[in-house]
Design a protein around this ligand. Sequence first.
Ligand SMILES: *[C@@H]1O[C@H](CO)[C@@H](O)[C@H](O)[C@H]1NC(C)=O
Ligand SMILES: *[C@@H]1O[C@H](CO)[C@@H](O)[C@H](O)[C@H]1NC(C)=O
Ligand SMILES: *[C@@H]1O[C@H](CO)[C@@H](O)[C@H](O)[C@H]1NC(C)=O
Ligand SMILES: *[C@@H]1O[C@H](CO)[C@@H](O)[C@H](O)[C@H]1NC(C)=O
Length: 379
Amino acid sequence: MKFVNYRTSHLTSLILLIVLLNLILWQTNKESSNKVTKFNKKFKIVESEKYIKVNETEQEDPWNFAKHSSIVYTWANGSIKEHQELYNKYKYNDTSLKMSFQRFRDNDELRHALRSYSKHMSWHRGNIFLVVPDGHIPHWINLKHPRLRIIFQSSIVDEEDNPTFNTNAIEQNFYRIPGISDQFIAINDDIFFGRDIEPQDFFTLDKGVNFFFGNIPIDLKKIYSHHVIASRQTTAKVLVNKYNITENIFATRHAPFVYHKAAFPILKEIFKQELKTTSTHKFRHVQDIVFPILHHYALMHEKKLKGLKYKFLEMKEMKGLKMLAVSDNEKRVLEEFEKIEIEKPKFFNLNDDYTKKHIAYLMKLFLFKSFPEKSPFET
Ligand SMILES: *[C@@H]1O[C@H](CO)[C@@H](O)[C@H](O)[C@H]1NC(C)=O
Ligand SMILES: *[C@@H]1O[C@H](CO)[C@@H](O)[C@H](O)[C@H]1NC(C)=O
Ligand SMILES: *[C@@H]1O[C@H](CO)[C@@H](O)[C@H](O)[C@H]1NC(C)=O
Ligand SMILES: *[C@@H]1O[C@H](CO)[C@@H](O)[C@H](O)[C@H]1NC(C)=O
């Protein structure tokens, strides 16, 4: 009897102790888990609650900031009926529009872009933010991946400018993505990694960001009608007027863009009117500000951005960049695919200027052949 009593009281104190311990733990966890729930509610995000834990040993690594930098991918599903209807609704009110729906074709680029990332950036530990029109969640995506977050466009673009089909309107708001790192990389879903990428391909050791520019200066006098070229000129003119720039201004290459988050709100203030005008355009427009060009040149010229480091990469350092226009010329396309297989550029981009179905098939096949292994971002 005595024995049982002893056990019971022992058990009781043990239970009490456990309850007390849990209470303490719960109190400390409450704040952080509250944040997660709020965040998920606001952005309707389905994700696991696991967060990337920074390895204390890795803290010593000077590239740690790069390893934990965020990457933003943008994607849209052009096959969604509501998306097409919205597109058409706005399209016919916008006379400056010269864009075809092929921009929204899906040839599984994003899936393969993420495969190329997983294969060639295995050192990277940061979050992957996928910015999509509201509700556009790729059917194959693994929402349980601890580093993946889906961000709906409407949660970062000014309310009155939603919905938008204009990448120039979306990019200027990337800094609003909750939890995005101080330096981050933005990548279009049609850019792939052809070989292993190192942190120094994007960053400098002193937390600077690399610029990838083309080598043909922007002509400030010519009159352009195509929105892509004209908007680069618009941006260059704004920069020249603001900073009395006398040297040539170059356009950014179709490559990943590396940004300083801190520059965004400052640029939003300095170029308030120009960026707001851009934001109101539903489609890319001749009067748009091309944000990466603005960001890069402002880092070089704006006093308020002093201290944010950058590196202007010389042409010879940029050999690992390749652009590939996928046209309807099958022979040419196959030759280009072969070149990529041989050269293995660091970044390559597929510009889909084709209209024929079998070219789309060739492109899919090429992507699958290049990146056959499933990434952890797929279910
Ligand atoms: C932390 O990183 C070091 C060096 O990369 C590694 O050896 C160690 O196993 C890691 N520790 C944990 C807990 O992941
Ligand atoms: C399109 O234009 C018509 C007529 O000017 C206008 O009534 C309508 O609100 C516009 N729609 C959009 C989506 O801008
Ligand atoms: C895109 O939307 C269509 C139509 O809703 C759907 O059938 C398709 O699976 C979607 N594609 C992706 C990659 O989610
Ligand atoms: C640019 O030049 C104008 C006129 O010469 C001058 O008023 C302005 O202060 C200059 N701006 C800068 C940033 O040097």
